[in-house]
Design a protein around this ligand. Structure first.
Ligand code: HEM
Ligand code: HEM
Length: 292
């Protein structure tokens, strides 16, 4: 009950934040489209130059808000690792805010650049783009672990254990010999092994669809009863073995995804600090000083 109502609250907050950001972005694009479409050389003479250039009243503000959003989204890492925050709400809500900020921040920063990505700070910009885009893929993998791949909210160890029991049953009660069990293993994983994750995820429904026929053949070839409990057990075993296989593939890939996601995030933030330091040193202090 409590979990449901806090879920609603977070959805509402994110909805309001999303709508406010979308409306602001739409307004900036509406007001600034003529400036953004003006060739770089002519921009200083444009009436909107003071507002929409990266150091302008609006452009600079967009850079500051967008960068603040990107810094805020790093709190997700802090929540994951810092013990005092361990009780500060479930991680999945934090991830939703991380994703909102990870999309909104880069969009505002893109408007800040006024679509002119030059100089050292381009390293920061393109690292940001790589992190945000790879985030979408990471989110997809994250969702596959473990619920979608395992098809249930069970830990992989529990699925592995249940599969062991099924094998013992098939051998002990139904007389399946080692040859039959090896053949069942090939039947389960033959089409999946050696394939990368996307291919394995695509092949999985197709091989599951023809499973009944393959099991019939297997039963006949190994002198097992053609239907009833042994067929059911074999079916359960094959389905779980396939899900476990894909689960391990996805988990490994997610690990490598983390290895990729993090360094780009770090490069982006470091170069962003250099960029901000240079901007402030050059006297650009937004509405807080006389720079703009
Ligand atoms: C990751 C975050 C950021 C990125 C990727 C970024 C990117 C850029 C880019 C591409 C430009 C145009 C460079 C050029 O005209 O050659 C620019 C200009 C500028 N940015 Fe940022 N920016 C970021 C954050 C910030 C923040 C937080 C501030 C302010 C505190 C800021 C202040 C400025 C200023 C003042 C300029 C104009 C500099 C000039 O005209 O010489 N930027 N930024
Ligand atoms: C500028 C934008 C972004 C930055 C700087 C960023 C940074 C990070 C960092 C540093 C982590 C590692 C967290 C940790 O394990 O400590 C992370 C994880 C993650 N990010 Fe992002 N991210 C950005 C955008 C996005 C976007 C747009 C999405 C999704 C659409 C996303 C989805 C994820 C996911 C799913 C994880 C893994 C969560 C986990 O393993 O617990 N990120 N991000």
């Amino acid at each position: 009950m409590l979990a449901k109502s806090s879920d609603r609250v977070h959805r509402a907050v994110l909805g309001i934040l999303g709508l406010t950001t979308a409306a602001s972005v739409a307004w900036v694009l509406w007001q600034g489209h003529d400036f953004y479409r003006t060739p770089l050389a002519d921009r200083p003479h444009h009436a909107d130059f003071r507002d929409f250039r990266p150091a302008g009243r609006i452009g600079h503000g967009l850079g500051i808000v967008g960068s603040a959003m990107v810094l805020l989204l790093l709190l997700y890492s802090l929540r994951k690792r810092w013990k005092p925050l361990a009780r500060a709400g479930p991680l999945r809500y934090w991830l939703r805010y991380h994703i909102f900020l990870g999309v909104a921040g880069p969009v505002l920063i893109t408007l800040h650049t006024s679509f002119k990505v030059d100089g050292l700070v381009a390293v920061s910009y393109w690292s940001m783009a790589a992190v945000a885009l790879s985030g979408v893929f990471g989110r997809y993998l994250y969702q596959q672990i473990p619920r979608n791949v395992l098809g249930e909210a069970l830990a992989p160890e529990a699925v592995e254990q249940r599969n062991e029991t099924i094998l013992v049953d098939l051998a002990g009660r139904w007389g399946a010999d080692q040859k039959a069990l090896d053949a069942l293993d090939r039947l389960a994983l033959g089409a999946l092994e050696g394939r990368p994750v996307p291919a394995a995820l695509l092949v999985l429904p197709a091989v599951n669809l023809i499973l009944a026929r393959r099991l019939q053949k297997w039963s006949r070839a190994h002198g097992m009863p053609a239907d009833g409990e042994p067929r059911d057990l074999a079916r359960q075993w094959v389905l779980a073995a396939r899900r476990l296989h894909v689960f391990h593939l996805v988990r490994d890939l997610f690990h490598w995804w983390h290895v990729f996601h993090k360094p780009f995030a770090i490069i982006m933030i470091l170069v962003m600090f250099v960029h901000v330091a240079v901007a402030v040193a050059l006297g650009y202090t937004w509405i807080l000083g006389s720079g703009s």
